[in-house]
Design a protein around this ligand. Structure first.
Ligand code: PGA
Length: 256
C-alpha cells in the first residue's frame, strides 16, 4: 500500500491562549482539506488537546501530544499518561524530542515511552538527531546508537510503519537557510533505513516513515520533499504561522 505523506506540527509551549490556538487550528484545518496525499498531526500543549479533539476536522487531521509519561499511571507529579492523551482525543505523541533530551530525558526513558505508547495505541513520532556534525562522521554513530537504544527489545509488530523524525539538533529553530540541504537529508534517510534494517529487518525498514525536522519553512520544503526522500516533516515555529504552514502542506502534498 502506498504510504501517505505526513506533516507533524510541534507547537512547543505556544501560543499563550486557547483562543489564539483555536484560530491557528482553524486555518490549518481549512488548508488541510485541500490535501490529497498528506495527513496532518497538530501537537499543541497538553491543555489544548481536549478542546481541539472536539472540533470538527477533516479525516486527514489528527491531534497529538508533544510528550508522554514513561509510566502507565501513579505518583508522577506533572506527568501526563498515554491513556489520558488517548482519552481526550489525542492519537499521536512526539517522543524523544531533543528539547526533552536537553532537559534530561535519557535513552532508556525514550524506549519506555515508546513501549507505553504502543501498548496504549498512541502513535509515536520518534525523534532522533545529532547535536553536531563532525568531519569524521561520528554523528552516524550517534544516530545509530539512538535508534538502537530506543527500539531495542520492542515487539517487531509494533515497529511496522514506525514514524521516525530525523531532526539534526543544530538545524532546529533557525531559518530555512540553516535547514539541512536536500542531498544530505537524502543521505540520512538511507542511513536511517539501513540502521533499522540491520536492527529489525528489511521489511520493517522498508515500511517506516521518515520525516525531516529542523527549520522547515515554506521556502525549501519542496526540494527536501522531492530530493530528500522523506515522507514529510516535523515542523516547529513555522507551524504556528498558518500561511507559512499551509504552504509547507501544499509543497508536501505535491509528492505522491
Ligand atoms: P523548528 O523546530 O521547525 O522551529 O526548527 C522543529 C522541532 O523542534 O521539532
Amino acid at each position: 500500500m502506498k504510504k501517505r505523506n505526513l506533516v507533524v506540527a510541534n507547537w512547543k509551549m505556544n501560543p499563550e491562549t486557547l483562543e489564539k490556538a483555536k484560530e491557528i487550528f482553524n486555518e490549518i484545518r481549512s488548508a488541510s482539506k485541500k490535501l490529497k496525499n498528506t495527513d496532518v498531526v497538530i501537537c499543541p500543549p497538553f491543555p489544548f488537546i481536549n478542546s481541539f479533539a472536539k472540533l470538527n476536522r477533516p479525516k486527514n487531521v489528527f491531534i497529538g501530544a508533544q510528550n508522554v509519561a514513561s509510566q502507565f499511571k501513579g505518583a508522577f507529579t506533572g506527568e501526563v499518561s498515554a491513556e489520558m492523551i488517548k482519552n481526550v482525543g489525542g492519537d499521536f505523541s512526539i517522543i524523544g524530542h531533543s528539547e526533552r533530551v536537553a532537559m534530561g530525558e535519557i535513552g532508556e526513558t525514550v524506549r519506555q515511552k515508546l513501549a507505553i505508547a504502543f501498548d496504549c495505541g498512541l502513535i509515536p513520532v520518534l525523534c532522533v538527531g545529532e547535536k553536531e556534525r563532525d568531519k569524521d562522521g561520528n554523528y552516524l554513530t550517534v544516530i545509530k546508537n539512538q535508534i538502537k537504544e530506543y527500539i531495542s527489545g520492542l515487539q517487531k509488530r509494533n515497529l511496522v510503519g514506525l514514524i521516525i523524525a530525523y531532526e539534526p539538533v543544530w538545524a532546529i529553530g533557525k531559518s530555512y537557510r540553516d535547514a539541512m540541504n536536500a542531498t544530505d537529508v537524502h543521505e540520512m534517510t538511507l542511513i536511517i533505513k539501513k540502521i533499522v534494517s540491520e536492527l529489525v529487518g528489511k521489511d520493517i525498514a522498508a515500511g517506516i516513515k521518515i520525516l525531516y525536522g529542523g527549520s522547515v519553512e515554506a521556502e525549501g520544503a519542496l526540494p527536501i520533499m522531492e530530493l530528500g526522500n522523506v515522507d514529510g516533516f516535523l515542523v516547529g515555529h513555522a507551524s504556528l504561522n498558518p500561511e507559512e504552514f499551509s504552504a509547507i502542506l501544499k509543497a508536501t502534498d505535491m509528492k505522491r
